[in-house]
Design a protein around this ligand. Structure first.
Ligand SMILES: Cc1cc2nc3c(=O)[nH]c(=O)nc-3n(C[C@H](O)[C@H](O)[C@H](O)COP(=O)(O)O)c2cc1C
Length: 194
């Protein structure tokens, strides 16, 4: 197989496209869409978001050192994109998208009610990497929408919420179930043995 060599670039895909909500009071509330985000530690639970200093949200998060990561779904994909192309400098993003701000449990920033999972974060370290500054943050509370808990097993089924992912400039809903963690080493049941 022949491969083309590209110049160095951002090619780790798929990634999430989350909405990060910030602001310590309603007049300051804002939402920024972020794809440079992820988990960096399990215990303590830690996440990062990387933001360009030119974003309106950057100074809000840098000043308050608190924010909420809101996972996104097909039903809020339009608002997710909109919050990623419009700036809070000119728009009240909660009012204009119709998304609902809800008080958080531990941080001074609103949750987005319409998101199935809201992750409250406190900034521990800011790494000024280059175009983007990375906010390495501790997770202090997680809210999960009751609607997606399986009534019988009690398990949380985020896949039922139709989560959105982002691949090289395009949004996708998540696809078909392939297997669970460790399926590659699971013993096959007798019927399936060759
Ligand atoms: C799918 C998507 C992902 C984005 N990811 C990032 C990101 O990781 N970091 C960033 O600084 N901007 C990112 N942006 C751009 C900001 O969301 C955008 O500039 C936004 O208008 C900033 O809003 P603000 O000025 O109100 O803070 C992304 C935009 C989209 C649509």
């Amino acid at each position: 197989m022949t491969k083309l060599i590209w110049k160095p670039g951002t090619m780790v895909y798929p990634v999430p496209a989350v909405m990060v909500s910030c602001g310590s009071e309603p007049a300051e509330y804002n939402i920024i869409t972020v794809s440079w985000t992820g988990t960096v530690c399990t215990d303590p639970a830690m996440c990062y978001i990387s933001i360009r200093p030119s974003r309106f949200s950057y100074n809000i998060i840098r000043k308050n050192r608190e924010f909420v990561i809101n996972l996104t779904t097909k039903s809020i994909a339009f608002a997710t994109d909109w919050c990623g192309v419009k700036s809070g400098r000119k728009h009240n993003k909660f009012a204009e998208t119709g998304l609902t701000p809800v008080p958080a449990a531990k941080v001074n920033a609103p949750l987005i009610k319409e998101s199935p999972v809201n992750i409250e974060c406190i900034v521990k370290e800011i790494k000024e990497l280059g175009s983007h500054h990375m906010f390495i943050s501790e997770v202090v509370a997680v809210h999960a929408d009751e609607e997606y808990f399986d009534k019988k097993s009690g398990l949380f089924r985020l896949s039922d919420a139709n989560p959105v992912c982002y691949i090289h400039g395009k949004y996708y809903e998540t696809g078909k179930f392939i297997g669970k963690f460790g399926f590659s080493v699971e013993k096959k049941n007798k019927r399936n043995r060759g």
